[in-house]
Ligand binder design. Structure first.
Ligand SMILES: [Zn+2]
Ligand SMILES: [Zn+2]
Length: 268
């Protein structure tokens, strides 16, 4: 089992990489990818944030060295991968490219958490009074740009814009936008992750939805599996069930990245 999206106490998570590796082993995770939030350029913020982002920037090198040390220390499963989850920011591609190139990543997840300079996925109250359909449109537009950016290895939580949909539903169906995006992802040869973190959020659904997972499978888009755990108890969360769902859809392999190169392994 692969869990390719994990946060630690260096960012907005609770536990150390080592603590998470110990629970990964118990949860039957063979490959674990640490993907701490990559520090954002200044000026891009959440109005309220669960952790101190400037603190993350100062801890980033400690994160990198601790995960790399863990990689060297463990000579039995889980296999440890060193990665980052970036906030894709259309106006900051060059900065991101330069900063990311300073590290020897196994993988980079491309995620959109910001519309313009506003972090939309943390505090539901921030959605009050906003035009929900316009937010969805802006989200898909940013995702399209991200897919063309070449900055990352696989697409994070494809439809995270739905996170507060039960309180802030769009007035029209945006499934076609998501399906257009999947076709673009297929053209670029990028994988997507199935992120079980959505089940722990107010939308209580996988990212992406089952309908979009089926579409991705039909398009033969490679699949990565992720819990997006922010504490050790969630490592491997709901991934056995996802494996069953994928097998039922005829998927035989999933993928992980090491040294920015994909490896396919049989889905078990
Ligand atoms: Zn994310
Ligand atoms: Zn994440």
């Amino acid at each position: 089992m692969i869990d390719h999206h994990l946060h630690t106490h260096f960012g907005d998570g609770q536990d150390s990489p080592k603590e998470m590796a110990l629970t990964a082993k118990k949860a039957g995770v063979d490959v674990m990818g640490f993907s701490e939030h990559f520090p954002r350029p200044t000026g891009y913020d959440y109005p309220t944030e669960g952790y101190n982002h400037s603190d993350l920037a100062s801890k980033w090198f400690d994160y990198a060295s601790e995960v790399n040390r863990l990689k060297g220390d463990l000579d039995e499963p889980p296999k440890v991968l060193f990665g980052a989850e970036i906030d894709y920011l259309p106006d900051e591609e060059k900065t991101l490219q330069a900063e990311l190139s300073a590290f020897n990543f196994d993988f980079i997840i491309g995620s959109v958490h910001m519309i313009g300079k506003w972090g939309f996925d943390y505090n539901q109250g921030e959605w009050d009074g906003r035009d929900v359909d316009k937010l969805y449109d802006a989200y898909w537009e940013t995702m399209f740009k991200m897919v063309g950016s070449g900055l990352f290895d696989f697409v994070g939580h494809l439809d995270v814009i739905k996170v507060f949909k039960n309180s802030y539903p769009p007035t029209r169906d945006h499934t076609d936008d998501a399906k257009d995006l999947l076709r673009e992802i297929q053209k670029k040869g990028l994988p997507i992750e199935i992120n079980t973190g959505g089940l722990r959020k107010p939308c209580k659904e996988l990212f992406p939805s089952l309908e979009l997972i089926k579409e991705a499978v039909a398009l033969k888009i490679p699949i990565v599996t992720s819990s997006d755990a922010h504490r050790k108890e969630d490592v491997g969360f709901y991934l056995p069930e996802v494996a069953t769902t994928l097998k039922d859809l005829g998927v035989k392999e999933v993928v992980y990245f090491e040294g920015r190169r994909p490896t396919n392994i049989e889905l078990v």
